[in-house]
Each structure stands twice: as C-alpha cells, then as structure tokens.
Design a protein around this ligand. Structure first.
Ligand SMILES: NC(=O)C1=CN([C@@H]2O[C@H](COP(=O)(O)OP(=O)(O)OC[C@H]3O[C@@H](n4cnc5c(N)ncnc54)[C@H](O)[C@@H]3O)[C@@H](O)[C@H]2O)C=CC1
Ligand SMILES: Nc1nc(O)c(N)c(N[C@@H]2O[C@H](COP(=O)(O)O)[C@@H](O)[C@H]2O)n1
Length: 254
C-alpha cells in the first residue's frame, strides 16, 4: 500500500507517546491495527489490511522514531513483511524477529531481498539456545550485517520479554516498536512495567470468530488515554497502568 500525506493533527496527538530516553531498557511502543471485534487478521496465517492509508502512514511515521521494529515468527510467516520505514527520509529501522525454533527461511524472504539491495537494515533473529538455524541463513544474514542471537526462552511467553529487551539494549537499541502478532501482543499486555506506549488503530470492520484475536489472558486498564479520529479509522494512544517497582513498594511499607 502506498503512503498518503500524514494528516497534520496526528503529529501533536502522538507527541506525548513518542520514545524518550530510558536507562535500563529500550522504550517500548506496542502498536497494532484491529477490527471492532478485536481481530488483527481474518484467519490464522493470513494478512488482512485493516488500516486506512492515512493510519498506515501514521505507522510509518511512528517507525521513523524507533531504532527497531519487532514481530513474532507467526507474523513473518503469514505476511512476509518489509518492516522498513517508508516515511520522510526513509530512516533505517532494525527488524527484530522472535523465532525460538529458527523456523524462518531468511534467504527466501522479502527482507533478505531488500537487504541485498541495501534498502533495509538486516534483522536480528532471536532464537532459542537449542535451535539450529540453517548454515546458509546464518552466513547470508551475517553478510547483510544481521545476526542470530540465542536466548534461553521459557515456555510462557510473558516471562521472556525482560530477556528480549535486555538483549536489544545490549545491541544499543534505545527504542523498539512492537507490531505483533497476537501472541506477541497478548503476552506483552500482561508483562508488568515493560510497555511504555500503546497505540491501537481501529478500523470499521468486523473480522469474525475465525479471526486472530487480541485479548490478554487477564483484564487490564489503560491510562493517559487520547483518541484521534480519521476518515474511517480511530486511533487510541495510551499507557498501561504500571505497578509500583519493588523499591517503591519497599518505601511504602517502611
Ligand atoms: N493488524 C495488525 O496490526 C497485525 C496483524 N498481524 C497478524 O497476526 C498474525 C500472526 O499472529 P500470531 O500467529 O499470534 O503470531 P506472532 O507474530 O505473535 O508470533 C508468535 C510466535 O512467535 C514466537 N514468540 C512470540 N513471542 C514470544 C515470546 N515472548 N517468547 C517466546 N516466543 C515468542 C513463538 O514462536 C510464537 O508461536 C498474522 O495473521 C498477521 O498478519 C501481525 C502484526 C500486526
Ligand atoms: N498498521 C497496520 N495496519 C494493518 O492493516 C496491518 N495489517 C498491519 N500489519 C503490520 O504491518 C506489517 C507489514 O509491514 P510492511 O508494510 O510490510 O513494512 C505486518 O507484518 C504487520 O506487522 N499494520
């Protein structure tokens, strides 16, 4: 989809939610586009266009403010995405793919072609320690300037995000835009104190019960909520209610 001019009112709307410096981990923006019935695709393994061109442009505007863009392997296999920033001066953003079992055949991907043509930064692929990526992919990725990084992934996804963010911090990534898919979003929504901004595009469509649902395992509240209304879509920007850090808890109990 080609981009359209960014509606000027989006700039002040998003400004309070843009990345700012953090010391201990990258700033995390969690963002996706969903239907009215909270679906991000019409069926598993498929890509569904939900955003209007102006909110798609907004996504690329947001990408321009981040060092990296992260998605799960389910999204890469379904969408074969570009994960580039096509807004403004086409600033370079680093793709990060969470692929514990090293399922992705990087050599056959659109991202690999873009890297070959020097149109994109090569990805960081996060695998489990036991996974064995194909030698051909390891070599190609390295020649493009990317890398496989092995982590100790746990079975429950929500317990892995601290280590993922620690690894990105070690790669000098100061901000990451996390775009999905559903397993990524649902597990991050219940990970305490890790998400700094949440930006959700809502398109005027129902995708039905076969769709890929965004719905965290437990309820949670949002705060600092702001809305933007476009031609067809609405966008919600918010923060998750954060729990006090352990030190703060200590202070209150003294
Ligand atoms: N409308 C939108 O904004 C977006 C829609 N999508 C759609 O979402 C669908 C894909 O979603 P899902 O199937 O849920 O796949 P996903 O992209 O969330 O990837 C899930 C897989 O990634 C790995 N993974 C993710 N988080 C992990 C963690 N914390 N620890 C360990 N492993 C982890 C696991 O292997 C897991 O099976 C596609 O249909 C895609 O088109 C994806 C992104 C955005
Ligand atoms: N903002 C938005 N609106 C939609 O309707 C979508 N389906 C998505 N999907 C996400 O965008 C990625 C594709 O990015 P590229 O254009 O290929 O760079 C896709 O993988 C999803 O993460 N997003």
């Amino acid at each position: 989809m080609s981009l359209v001019p960014l509606p000027s009112s989006i700039i002040p709307f998003l400004e309070p939610y843009l990345p700012r410096e953090k010391n201990d981990r990258p700033f995390v923006t969690l963002t996706w586009a969903q239907s009215i019935d909270s679906r991000i695709a019409a069926a598993p393994g498929t890509q569904t266009k939900i955003s209007h061109p102006e909110t798609k442009t907004m996504t690329h505007y947001l990408r321009a403010y981040h060092d990296a863009i992260l998605v799960g392997i389910g999204t890469v296999l379904a969408d074969d995405p570009k994960l580039t920033c096509r807004y403004g001066n086409f600033s370079k953003i680093r793709p990060v793919v969470v692929d514990p079992a090293a399922k992705w055949d990087y050599s056959k991907s659109t991202i690999s072609t873009l890297c070959q043509e020097l149109k994109a930064l090569a990805p960081i692929i996060l695998t489990n320690r036991e996974a064995e990526p194909l030698k051909e992919n390891v070599e190609l990725l390295q020649s493009h300037g990317g890398s496989y990084r092995a982590l100790q992934f746990l079975l429950e996804y929500e317990h892995n995000w601290i280590e993922v963010l620690r690894e990105l911090h070690a790669c000098d990534i100061k901000s990451v835009m996390i775009e999905g898919g559903a397993k990524v979003i649902n597990s991050l929504l219940v990970s305490e104190n890790l998400v700094d901004s949440v930006i959700v595009t809502i398109g005027p469509v129902f995708l039905g019960k076969q769709g890929v649902e965004v719905s965290p395992p437990a309820g949670l509240e949002l705060q600092d909520v702001a809305w933007w209304r476009g031609t067809t879509d609405s966008v919600m920007a918010a923060r998750l209610i954060t729990l006090p850090e352990v030190e703060d808890l200590d202070e209150t109990t003294e």
